[in-house]
Design a protein around this ligand. Structure first.
Ligand code: MCA
Ligand code: AMP
Length: 508
């Protein structure tokens, strides 16, 4: 038997486990480049990348930040950073320079890898080294790797050393960096691989971005742990996915993937070879779940996770996948529902705050010990901010959120950030940003804006003023100008009333 070259506790050991002795097996089908990569080639590449990172000055414990288009090179930076004992910090490619400034100042990376188009901006913000990589792999990263040595001895790591920091916005203040350890990510990958029956026989359609937990920790980590091939697509494109399904066995996506695919012909024939469709990151409407079953004969498996915890619950592989629910706590993970006021545990069927404890739960927020302490109970349960209920037979259902959050096409958007920018615009007295149903993205962002006395506001001018300030997916899809915001007797803005009044504004 081939020995795993990486030590116990190291995430790299888990990611290598599925391909030991299978050096020549297919790991990545880089569909858009007309190229494939074996497991042996990917891990050789990762070791070379680790040498290149170290040559750039990356030391154990340092942060390696990436804001670049999805590519095998970015995956190799991730693996190289993990091997070098650094923390990998991926960023959404849509973030603007204003948003980037906070991430770079906060994480203080030893190295930033970015798209060539963003290099000048990043150099202006970063203290450490900067390398570039374009979607086709060209750039100064490639030059650095060309000069690096082959072979790398992984830097020893303890189970609770950092492997990644993922930024997640908050209801108040700036984005927080969620610190995920080697043990967090290794345990979640192994649990999901087993629960969802992934083996080296599988081929996963990978069309998610790799700067978030879903595409990186779920799709990529599970596939590497199982040793299955991934068809690695730069982005979601329904026609391409339909044409690839006959070569694949599984796909993971956000609900928008499924609603968009459902409008296409030929799903039944295309999906005949598939064994698993997973959905998560946002609520999957029961109607989409049932529509998919009717169109394909497959029941989508819905699961529930967070950046801070990776995956918490899943519908069963065998057994009833109940539409509108997120299934059972994963093995080794505890989920409870508590009274939001008293924090006392509630019984089956009662609605309260969802709390989670287990090996998947993160170590805390980067350099925010007080914020971390606020989000944990004394007995170690993490307060998710989601509201839900657990049925008599154990299925968890998410019914809402206690946090003021909009989830649009699987991306989280915090109204506070957008309100802050709008409130600073000339002539604006105040604003309220909220989510309403959107046929494609599930929820879409709407801003209600109140002018200062004597001022008039133009909705289009407000939308234009936000371009360049906010990532495109956060831009309000509608702006309404009101004389006053609805408030309750305590003076609190009633976002529910706004949501009800404008429920149809994005449906057209
Ligand atoms: C794109 N646009 C959006 C979104 N995506 N607007 C709102 N919400 C979105 N999610 C807008 C753009 O601003 C642009 O607007 C227009 O749509 C076209 O942009 P494009 O990039 O071409 O869009 P697309 O390729 O069609 O993207 C839609 C998408 C994508 C495929 C659904 O958003 C996506 O890949 N989402 C997945 C997100 C994800 O991985 N989430 C996991 C987070 P304009 O034309 O006006 O400029 S991890 C997580 O949540 C936890 C841990 C979990 O449980 O998984
Ligand atoms: P993020 O902060 O990007 O990690 O998003 C995590 C949030 O996404 C959770 O706290 C939930 O509110 C939401 N979420 C993830 N999966 C699901 C799901 N299957 N159903 C409903 N909400 C979900």
């Amino acid at each position: 038997m081939t020995a795993n070259p990486y030590a116990a506790n190291h995430l790299a050991r888990t990611l290598r486990a599925g391909s030991l002795g299978r050096e020549d097996a297919l790991c990545l089908d880089l569909y858009d480049r007309g190229k494939t990569l074996t497991f042996g080639a990917l891990f050789a590449m990762a070791e070379r990348y680790a040498n290149a990172l170290v040559a750039q000055g990356v030391a154990p414990g340092d942060r390696v930040m990436v804001q670049a288009e999805k590519s095998v090179e970015v995956l190799a930076v991730y693996l190289g950073a993990v091997l070098a004992g650094a923390a990998f910090v991926p960023l959404n490619t849509a973030y603007t320079p204003r948003e980037l400034e906070h991430f770079i100042t906060d994480a203080d990376p030893a190295l930033v890898v970015c798209d060539p188009a963003g290099e000048a901006t990043i150099r202006g913000l970063a203290k450490g080294a900067v390398l570039t990589v374009a979607a086709d792999g060209t750039g100064t990263l490639a030059d650095a790797v060309a000069q690096a040595k082959d072979g790398f001895e992984a830097v020893p790591r303890a189970a609770d050393d950092l492997a990644c920091i993922l930024y997640t916005s908050g209801t108040t203040g700036r984005s927080k960096g969620a610190m995920l350890t080697h043990a967090n990510l290794a345990s979640n990958a192994e649990t999901l691989r087993e629960y969802w029956h992934f083996t080296s026989e599988d081929t996963l359609i990978h069309a998610l971005p790799i700067f978030h937990a879903h595409g990186l920790f779920v799709a990529a980590n599970v596939s590497l742990n199982a040793g299955n091939a991934m068809i690695f697509l730069p982005k979601f494109a329904p026609d391409t996915i339909l044409s690839l399904m006959p070569k694949a066995t599984a796909m993971m996506g956000v609900p928008t993937f499924y609603t968009r695919l459902l409008t296409h012909e030929g799903l039944k024939e295309a999906s005949a070879n598939m064994r698993l469709f997973v959905s998560g990151s946002a609520p999957l409407l029961a109607e989409t779940h049932r529509g998919w079953t009717a169109a394909t004969g497959h029941n989508i498996l819905e699961r529930y996770g967070m950046t801070e915890t990776a995956m918490n619950t899943s519908n069963p592989y065998d057994g009833e996948r109940r539409p509108g629910t997120v299934g059972f706590p994963l093995p080794g993970i505890e989920v409870r529902v508590t009274d939001p006021e008293s924090s006392a545990p509630l019984t089956a069927g009662e609605i309260g705050g969802i709390e989670v404890r287990g090996p998947n739960v993160f170590k805390g927020y980067w350099q925010m010990p007080e914020k971390t302490a606020e989000e944990f109970r004394a007995d170690g349960f993490f307060i998710t901010g989601d509201l839900g209920t657990i049925s008599e037979d154990g299925y968890v259902t998410i019914v809402g959120r206690s946090k003021d959050l909009i989830i649009s096409g699987g991306y989280n958007i915090y109204p506070k950030e957008i309100e802050g920018l709008i409130d600073d615009l000339p002539g604006v007295n105040e604003s309220a940003v909220f989510g309403v149903p959107h046929p494609d993205f599930g929820e879409g962002v709407v801003a209600a804006v109140v002018p200062k006395p004597g001022s008039t506001l133009d909705p289009d001018a407000i939308r234009s003023a936000l371009i360049g300030e906010l990532a495109n997916f956060k831009q309000p899809k509608a702006v309404v100008v009101l004389d006053a915001l609805p408030r309750n007797t305590m003076g609190k803005v009633q976002k529910n009333a706004l949501r009800d009044s404008y429920a149809d504004i994005l449906k057209g």
